[in-house]
Design a protein around this ligand. Structure first.
Ligand SMILES: *Cc1c(COP(=O)(O)O)cnc(C)c1O
Length: 411
């Protein structure tokens, strides 16, 4: 049986329901709760990640390289699994780099992007032989100094483009930004890179995140390729890697539809010959986090108390905002909307009601579902939040109120 998360949400691509109980990777969620020692938990399913990557590969031209941006889910077991499926890993800190270096991915297929890289992180990256997406003149000078003493650090220039990814959940390029180097300053930086003992490998242009409109992604990809082609003329060496970011979104809220991959694949088929003409030998790379792992994970906590306040039902749980900031609506949402939430051990239930799902924190922000249509639940029942494989555990204030951390299961 496919999953009606609630009447407001579309059927889920992976999870299903048996005997009215949510199945995660073929295992009843009630059994996973026992595996988690009775504590709130996240569960991620390797097989769903594999399926997602296979679907994506089928829709993209074979020449396009796929990287996993591991900040979406940095659990070492997840990263190790993703490393077997993708062509490279993108890290955003020295800590993530250590995890990436323990996978099967070769150092030259690991790239490090992020503003404010410390001297230690730059030295660590140069020593490991990974690609450093430089985000400032300072990083170039520091790496140049390292290159005088050892092997030439590999650098790609992260460009803050002169356009924005339209209708994106999170804009990370265009206008004044702390990310990358403004496109108009890049030619000068390229000439400086040419003077220093650095190995220039290419460009990185990442314009945004969580986009569900293929047309907006297509437009950003076209503009990224055109911008890179212009900048390549000023590069000190041939462009070998052109990373045009990602931004592929997943549906979270009522009415949202999965991204139509075919349109994006078709556009990349048009762009590849343009890349080959303007930057012969360059590899086109897309980097995705959320899209690859977001739908492969679920967060589960337990109803501790059932309260009725002036006619409104509150299911008070042993997990909430401190475990799953994004589902509470406090991680980049402008207008709060409910993630797909359901009573996991009685998905349909004998009776249904409108209830709010809240956590144990002393703040009204601790809200997992605001007046959702759910099966009638009692203390002991399990609440599941779907679409929780990305920006969950590691993006949450786990220390807030000193409750125990959730367990992370990998199936
Ligand atoms: C966060 C980030 C990503 C991943 O974004 P998703 O929306 O999870 O796909 C990719 N590249 C860079 C540079 C990032 O900072």
């Amino acid at each position: 049986m496919s999953l009606p998360a609630s009447s407001a949400h579309a059927a889920h691509p992976f999870f299903d329901v048996r005997h009215d109980c949510l199945q995660v990777g073929g295992v009843p969620v009630t059994e996973l709760a026992v595996r988690a020692g009775g504590r709130p938990f996240y569960a991620y399913v390797r097989e769903y990640m594999s399926v997602r990557v296979a679907q994506l590969r089928a829709a993209m031209p074979a020449q396009v390289q796929l990287h996993y941006a591991m900040k979406a889910n940095p659990l070492p077991g997840v990263v190790e699994h993703m490393a077997t499926l993708v062509d490279g890993l993108d890290v955003a800190s020295g800590g993530e780099l250590q995890v990436a270096l323990r996978t099967v991915t070769a150092p030259q297929d690991i790239s490090f992007a992020g503003p404010g890289k410390s001297e230690a992180e730059l030295a660590q990256s140069a020593a490991a032989g990974i690609v450093i997406n430089v985000e400032s003149e300072r990083e170039v000078e520091l790496l140049g100094a390292l290159g005088r003493m050892g092997p030439r650090p590999r650098v790609a220039v992260r460009v803050n483009p002169d356009f924005e990814l339209k209708t994106s959940g999170m804009k990370m390029g265009g206008g004044p930004k702390q990310f990358g180097v403004d496109a108009e300053r890049v030619p000068q930086l390229l000439s400086r890179i040419g003077q220093l003992p650095l190995e220039f490998v290419g460009f990185h242009i990442f314009s945004g995140s969580q986009n569900l409109r293929a047309a907006a992604i297509v437009e950003a990809q076209q503009k990224s390729v055109a911008l890179a082609a212009r900048l390549a003329a000023a590069a000190p060496a041939p462009v070998r890697v052109l990373n045009i970011g990602g931004g592929f979104g997943i549906p979270y809220f009522p009415g949202e539809q999965p991204l139509p991959l075919a349109e994006i694949g078709a556009n990349l088929r048009v762009l590849l010959p343009q890349v080959a003409t303007a930057m012969p030998g360059a590899q086109l790379v897309i980097e995705l986090g959320r899209y690859l792992v977001g739908e492969a994970g679920v967060y589960v906590c337990r109803v501790v108390d059932r309260k009725v306040s002036r006619g409104q039902v509150f299911l008070v749980c042993d997990g909430g905002l401190h475990h799953h900031l994004a589902a509470s609506g406090n991680f980049g949402q402008v207008l709060r909307k409910n993630y797909p939430v359901l009573i996991a051990n009685r998905v349909r239930g004998a009776a249904r009601e409108t209830a709010s799902v809240v956590g144990p924190l002393c703040t009204p922000l601790d809200l997992l579902a605001d007046r959702a249509e759910l099966a009638v639940a009692q203390p002991g029942d399990l609440v599941a939040v779907l679409q929780s494989g990305a920006y969950g555990f590691s993006a949450s204030p786990l220390g807030f109120l000193s409750h125990p951390e959730p367990v992370q299961l990998l199936l």
